[in-house]
Design a protein. Structure first.
Length: 297
């Protein structure tokens, strides 16, 4: 049973989804296969039921995803008969649009911005619905629900519109587009409580499982062919992941939380942000804001 505040958050998100459908010509849901984007799909389903979800899913595939995430994505798309569009960072590399990073901390996470902007231009999306939340990171807290991006796909925190009394302004000039964040006012714990109440299925990596990992700078990283080891010892541990991203920049946490109830309990007592285990956010104090200014999700 939903608490009053969870119901309020759901109602707000459904209202935003319907505003997107009413104000834009060609919206899409940015889909990563993670808990936030899966929650967006559930909210969109509720917003337009019994009609099908009117938005395609757009996944920017780095090629370094967790296999469990891709397996879950394909299963969800098939079961719900969703329209999935995938664009690949590898294609951007092959075309010379971006350059593969080298070295110990090499990752494709930063490179996906170019692939995303190219996809938006190619497919003429005027609104992209994302799962960003204001509790994730300080740059996220500057984001409006309707976040305008200029004709180059870039974001300026000082050029955001006021959103008084839940009035959302989707008017844009030619070439501009909007990122939409229906769960901006949710926290990580809210998302997990909603998932628990809704009895939603999630990728298995969110729950405790045995996995080969290695330790680097106090964090546990998943062992894979995509990560350059620097003498680190690989061992097996029971872990889970709080966030789903490129395997090269997403650390695990040691955990015995193997179901929704224990995950909710664990998050309730956590004092560290889920993005505290993202290496891409640790490159500098304003790493997220710099990426957002360049067109990141």
């Amino acid at each position: 049973m939903k608490t009053d505040y969870l119901k309020e958050l759901e109602d707000e998100a459904i209202y935003i989804m319907r505003e997107v459908a009413g104000q834009f010509q060609k919206p899409a849901i940015l889909f990563s296969g993670g808990k936030d984007s899966i929650t967006l799909v559930r909210l969109a389903e509720k917003a337009f039921y019994p009609a099908p979800i009117p938005f395609p899913l757009l996944h920017i595939d780095t090629g370094h995803n967790f296999p469990e995430t891709i397996e879950f994505r394909d299963k969800l798309v098939k079961e719900m008969n969703l329209n999935l569009i995938v664009r690949y960072v590898q294609d951007s590399i092959d075309k010379g649009r971006v350059k593969e990073e080298k070295g110990k901390y090499a990752s494709r996470n930063f490179l996906q911005t170019t692939t995303l902007l190219d996809a938006i231009e190619e497919l003429k999306f005027d609104a992209c619905i994302g799962g960003g939340r204001r509790d994730e990171e300080k740059a996220r807290a500057k984001e409006r629900i309707f976040s305008v991006r200029d004709e180059f796909g870039q974001w300026n925190s000082k050029n955001q519109r006021p959103e008084l009394f839940d009035i959302l302004n989707g008017q844009i000039f030619h070439g501009e587009n909007v990122r939409v964040f229906p769960i901006s006012n949710w926290t990580e714990l809210d998302v997990w409580k909603y998932i628990e109440v809704e009895k939603m299925e999630m990728p298995s990596i969110y729950f405790a499982h045995k996995r080969k990992i290695f330790e680097r700078e106090g964090f546990y990283w998943p062992y894979s062919n995509f990560i350059n080891l620097d003498g680190e010892k690989v061992f097996e541990e029971t872990v889970r992941f709080r966030t789903v991203g490129d395997m090269t920049c997403t650390a695990a946490v040691v955990s015995d939380a193997a179901d929704l109830k224990t995950v909710v309990s664990e998050i309730s007592s956590s004092t560290i942000s889920e993005r505290g285990a993202r290496m891409d956010d640790r490159r500098s104090d304003n790493a997220m804001e710099v990426r957002k200014q360049g067109g990141y999700f």
